[in-house]
Design a protein around this ligand. Structure first.
Ligand SMILES: *Cc1c(COP(=O)(O)O)cnc(C)c1O
Length: 365
């Protein structure tokens, strides 16, 4: 079969390994597996949300409300924006796909940091667009502006906090990039998948969709998959000027999230207490990862997210360590495929982190 030629340049997205794989391949008991690879909320799904999902189990034969009125109204209240400035996706991933299809073709280019969320590149290549990267993983305004002027990309991606590195970009830097691009030709996508963690840590990194709505050429992306604990329900959102949203809607298939996902997201959005609790636990546990790294002479990137990136020295290979951990039932993310000799570890519960520290320490010595 002859497929579109662009497919030859696309590498399939490599998701964090599932618990089932470790059980199947290494014979570890399912409740012995510690999954710290996909940045899910270690507190799980909020009990209130679980109740809502159960209460909607008898509605699974019905298509969801395609207007997603209630979810949009709830998000509009949370962010102080208008419903017409919101689009819902099956994960913010799906909104990324809408954006790419709406703006890119073989003549266009996208600009992103040296190491960032892998899907930006995959969606761009699906459209035949060219992928340009700055030279550092940190989002430096000078680097972005210089590359922008040279190549005039159609989309500029700012992932803050950045995945898989965990660092964040100050809002003043983001504004510099936004103001340097031509609003008629280029959309700036600010991906805030981990924004709840950054905003709780340091106000200089707190980006709000409301503030970005001053600009007509900026799209903010948020998700329920991380701090809100709904990775398995696949709900995310985009917030932008209504003209941007109106055009993205043309890319959207009907009923793009499920009846249960919609109900779960509405309940999760109203359960701020769960998110606060998650962030408090996280902050406590993140400090343990910093202390562990210091005690063992390991470098790490300061984290504004729910994971931490440990940078390994030349004497250790991240892929070998990740593999050895996997055999012990501890799943972390190896960043070798991103060109980094590093491990990305989702900060788990105290007990999960204890397991990681014990197994990792044994490998270090
Ligand atoms: C997790 C993540 C997303 C989106 O996740 P969804 O589950 O599709 O909402 C988007 N961007 C980044 C940087 C992420 O880490």
């Amino acid at each position: 079969m002859r497929f579109n030629q662009v497919l030859e340049s696309i590498k399939t997205y490599e998701a964090g390994k599932p618990i089932e794989l470790v059980v199947r391949e290494f014979g570890v008991a399912p409740d012995e597996v510690v999954k710290l690879a996909s940045n899910e909320n270690p507190l799980g799904t909020s009990p209130k949300v679980q109740e809502t999902i159960r209460a909607h189990a008898d509605k699974a034969h019905l298509y969801p409300d395609d207007s997603m009125f209630e979810l949009k109204a709830s998000l509009a209240r949370r962010f102080d924006v208008d419903e017409s400035e919101i689009i819902i996706g099956a994960g913010s991933d799906q909104v990324l796909e809408f954006v790419s299809r709406a703006l890119l073709n073989e003549e266009s280019a996208v600009l992103m940091s040296a190491v960032t969320f892998a899907m930006y590149e995959i969606y761009a290549k699906q459209q035949g667009a060219k992928v340009l990267r700055t030279s550092s993983y940190a989002h430096k305004a000078e680097e972005f502006i210089e590359a922008y002027k040279r190549h005039k990309p159609r989309i500029v991606y700012i992932c803050t906090p950045n995945n898989p590195t965990g660092d964040a970009t100050e809002t003043v830097e983001i504004v510099r990039i936004i103001e340097a691009v031509d609003p008629e030709e280029t959309l700036v996508v600010v991906d805030g998948a981990y924004m709840e963690y950054a905003a709780a840590k340091d106000a200089r990194y707190a980006v709000t969709p409301k503030a970005l709505l001053r600009y007509k050429h900026v799209l903010y992306l948020g998700t329920f998959s991380k701090a809100y604990g709904l990775g398995g329900m696949r709900v995310g959102y985009g917030i932008a000027d209504r003209e941007v949203i109106r055009n993205l809607y043309k890319m959207r298939p009907p009923f793009n999230i499920t009846t249960l996902s919609l109900a779960a997201a509405i309940a999760a959005n109203e359960d701020e207490a769960f998110v606060r609790k998650s962030i408090v636990l996280h902050r406590e546990q993140l400090q343990r990862y910093e202390a562990f790294a210091k005690a063992h002479g390991l470098d790490y990137i300061e984290s504004y997210t729910n994971f931490i990136t440990y940078l390994l020295g030349e004497d250790r290979k991240s892929s070998e360590i990740a593999d050895a951990l996997l055999r012990k039932g501890v799943i972390v993310r190896d960043l070798a495929s991103y060109g980094m000799n590093a491990l990305r570890i989702t900060v788990g519960t105290a007990a999960q982190n204890d397991r990681f520290f014990a197994e990792f320490e044994a490998l270090l010595s």
